[in-house]
Design a protein around this ligand. Sequence first.
Ligand code: RAT
Ligand code: ZN
Length: 416
Amino acid sequence: MPIDNADELRKAVDRAVSSVQITDVHTHLFSPRFGGLLLWGVDELITYHYLIAETHRWIDLPVEDYWELSTREQADLIWRTLFLENSPLAESCRGVLTALRNLGLDTAARDLEGYRSRFASLRVEEYVDTVFERSGVKEVVMTNDPFDDAEREVWLQGPEEDPRFRAALRLDALLNAWETGGAKLARWGYGVQTRLGGDTIREVKRFLKEWAERMQAVYMAVSLPPTFVMPEDSPRSRLIRECVLPVCEELNIPFAMMIGVKKLVNPGLRLAGDSVGKASIETVEHLCTTYPGNKFLVTMLSRENQHELCVAARKYRNLMPFGCWWFLNNPSLVDEITRMRLELLGLSFIPQHSDARVLDQLLYKWEHSRRIIAGALCDKYRDLMATGWRIEESEIQRDVGKLFGGNFWQFVERKI
Ligand code: RAT
Ligand code: ZN
């Protein structure tokens, strides 16, 4: 039965968006077998680096002294500064409260000790089930760094067996810091040379293939500065062209480029010290044109790049824009970007990923994004209805399924 009024439409869209089971295409979460790499709990939620940056705007404590504090002491300081001495209006603070509320905790009580004692009794394996269920997330893609010693050890013991945790082979250490990344490869027995001579290209390809297969990676990924350009005479450019792209093509997996991060503009803040800059869409166009056998998942960090990324995606079916990344993951910007994408691309994009670093963040990031995306969709269906087009609830469910997971899997699996 077609939907015939605005009220029914709103309800149908809300039903579809709130019940869809999500594939979260980019997170920093891990399955419990990775031990301490999986962050969870209220202190981790509060010490998320987004909140650290905001806290340091208020406090006089030198940043070096802040890092001397235990996680619990850092959380106390952030809680006092951002939640008690100021109303927690920022999206990152609001997120903590949404997550606590979704766990059934009383946010009105402002009782950090009470929240801590609730978390103290949880077992992580069960808590993972709870969070996935309550957030409606079916599966997450992790960020898997083979150059991280702790993580590498776990992978060497065998593949991931929990189907909710999929792997992405993250290559920042290889592509953005070849001197140290290459030295590690040499220590592990790969025949590589600093200037990429000899067998280097073949050996890097061997490394990529081995690790993509070991992890059963659904894509390879890298984060890139605003100055990233290709073609260019640099180790990164050669490694992408001669190693990453051929191996991705052979394995038929996408290469995800997360472009626009200025690393450590304020180094003292560590993870919280990165910033943003506008990047070159010409590089994305060059890659899509020159490597038609490769698939590119692309997210860009600056708001200024969003329109041209949409336009580029209209030109290339091997380009899939995804997510509202990091400083863009705020309601006003998600709203703006999602509407623009719907207008320029219809349904052929991936509107959001969570970038969760702490398990509990799934409980808020998706609730907030679902609401904004539902609002944008609703308006677009209403405009459609005004043309006289018939809209069925089953079609809304089909479309929503694509946006929250189907498009990702179709792109990963398709042969370009
Ligand atoms: O959003 C974040 O937490 C950033 O620190 C980065 O991890 C970014 O998302 C990335 O994947 O590089
Ligand atoms: Zn990330």
